[in-house]
Structures are given as C-alpha cells and as structure tokens.
Ligand binder design. Sequence first.
Ligand code: ADP
Length: 380
Amino acid sequence: MIIRTKIGILGGGQLGKMLMQAGSRWDLDLWSMDKDFDFPAAKVTNQFVEGDFTHYESVYTFGQQMDILTIEIENVNTEALHQLEKEGKRVYPQPAVIDMIKDKGLQKEFYRNNNLPTSKYLLLEDKKEILAALAKETISLPFVQKARTEGYDGRGVQIVRSLEDLNKLFDRPSVIEELVPIKSELAVLVARNRSGQIVTYPCVEMAFHPTANLVEQLISPARIPEKIENQARELARKIIEDFNMVGLLAIEFFLTSDNQLLINEAAPRPHNSGHHTIEANITSQYEQHLRSILNLPLGDPSLRSSAVMINLLGENGYTGPVIYQNLDSCLGIQDVHIHLYGKKETKPFRKMGHATILDEDLDAAIMKAKEVAKTLKVIA
Ligand code: ADP
C-alpha cells in the first residue's frame, strides 16, 4: 500500500536528496519540488518538479497531486499547506507546527508557555525598541539578537557585547536572548508517527565553526553524563508530544556551565545533526522521517558505532566550479563515508557535502576526522 502513496517533498537540497535516497530502497513514490534542476535532489530522481516552495500557487498545485506532503526546509508557503490540509491532504509536519517553528519568537513563547526550559528572552519589534529597552534597563549587554524569521545557519543571529556593537543591530522583529554560558551544544532527534509511537536518538555533541556559525563537527555519542543524556531525551519526547507533531524533529540544546539543559531551537525535519545516522545508527533519520509520516512502525535508533560527522564546506576564498581536493586519499581511510551533494558551484562556507567517520573507539574516530578535515578541501 505504501508504495502507491504519493509523497511530495518541498525542497530539493541535500536533505531532500538523502530523503529520496532512503525512500528509493522501498521504491516509494517520492516527488520533490524546488526552483531548479541543478538542485541536489534532482540528481537522484526523475520525479523532480520545478517550482518555488515559497509561492502559494506552486505549493498548492504540487500538493494537489500528492497524498502526503512533507518538507526538508521550514521556509515554505504554509498558507497553501493549511489549505491542502483542510482539503484532506496529509501534511507532516503539520503546517501549524511549521508556522510556530519558523518564527523564533513564537517558538520561544511555546517553550515558555509549556514550561520547557529555554534561555530568558524578550520579543522586540525593531532597533528603536531594542535601544529603548536598553535605556530602560529591561535588557542589558551582552545579549544575543535573533531575527524572528528567515534566519538560518547562524545568519540573522548575532552576539551584541558592547555599545559599539549596537551599530550592527538588525532593524527587524527580534528575539533578544540572554547570553548563556555554554559548556557544550547538544542535539537530539525524535520521531513520532501518527499512532503516537515515539523514539528518541542518542544525544550528539555539536562543535561549531568559529566564524561561519555552521556545525563543523558532530560527535556521536555525546560525551555527557547519563543523567544529562536521559534528561535531553525525555525533553525531546515531551517537546514532540506538546507540539503534537508527526515526523522527525531535531532539537538543539545548550548545556550550560552549571549543567542546565536549555532548549535552543527545533527543526521539524531531517537535520544536519543527524547526517551520521545513515551509517552510524540502525535506522537513519531519513528512513525514520519516512516511517513516521507513513505511520509505519518506527525503527531502532540505537548506535551501530561511534561516529564523527564533518561538514565539507566551501573553502574560504574560492568561488566557482567545485573541485574536491584529495578526495581519493580520504576514501582510502577505513570507514570514512563521503557524501557529495552535487552542487556545481562552491562558495565560501557553502555546505557541499559531509563525511561520516566511524570507529568503535570514539577517540580514534575523532583523530581520523581531524585527518579528513585537514586533507579534503573544497576549492574551485
Ligand atoms: P540558527 O537558527 O541560525 O542556527 P541559533 O539560534 O542556533 O541560530 O544560534 C546560532 C549559534 O549562536 C548557536 O549555535 C550558539 O552557538 C549561539 N547562540 C545562540 N543563542 C545563544 C544564547 N542565548 N547564548 C549564547 N550563545 C547563543
């Protein structure tokens, strides 16, 4: 039966490509929509439709031809998704969840209203209101400014430390957050199917690129006490239940210097922090997402191996047709799994691929990952 279900994915980037690859093992009838045939997902399917997922008409027309709709990016036209849902299409994650998550302000309000731990914050409309709040001392330096909408991969997020920094304030509706003393950044994937079955993945540790604000390295399992691991997974379970969401949800946490877990943000789809699950876990995040939206029994999320995942980012200073330098020597290292997304052009810090490095011994995986990161360069 599932084989005849038409599943439409909005977004044809690397996450869409890997969803397609996972679905093709079961010969699922998957369709993808994005702006251009050059996009990664179009490389692995002939069921790719050109269209703009931010436009009502494109989403609505595409959706009408599907049984189930899902996303690989939040920035989609949810008005069309609400309409399709009203007309009886299954849309997972549900449009209401996408609406809430894509506005960082609404997301923070949700956590606060549901007694879910998150950093202190204030919602302010523009630069003028932020400066007024500073003058009245309702906020104080340093703080973090996050544009409520349309920011991703650290764009639209900045730390404001000094009076001088105030010049660079975004003049946009913002979440102003207290600057949290972070010991480490963690992520948990959780999936829920329509019947309400829930599974959580082992916690991973994320190390960020110092300037690009992108995950540079991901370590699985996270090197944290069992108590924190259990707390994070319990919170993940509660969040997906409170969202009443169907699908896969990635939740990013801060572990503070006094060992408090705070929810930073969530993404209602497969996520960069789950790339390693393809090789390192029994069920990959991509297969799990498909299982959950198809209401199949959820797969075992357990680890097969310790792993490190590194993003292969375009080297700073290079723009143009991509060259993967030293790819062959990295392929010669045991249990190094390289994924190239198929983007023709590289530019500084563009996500061009990733590598998952496995080893029974986590420290050995970390060493091998360092070697790969040093050797494999994405240039033009
Ligand atoms: P994006 O949605 O663009 O990924 P995030 O909200 O995850 O943005 O913020 C990007 C990074 O900025 C985080 O991974 C973290 O390192 C830092 N950061 C965000 N919020 C805070 C905070 N309240 N305190 C300290 N650092 C923060």
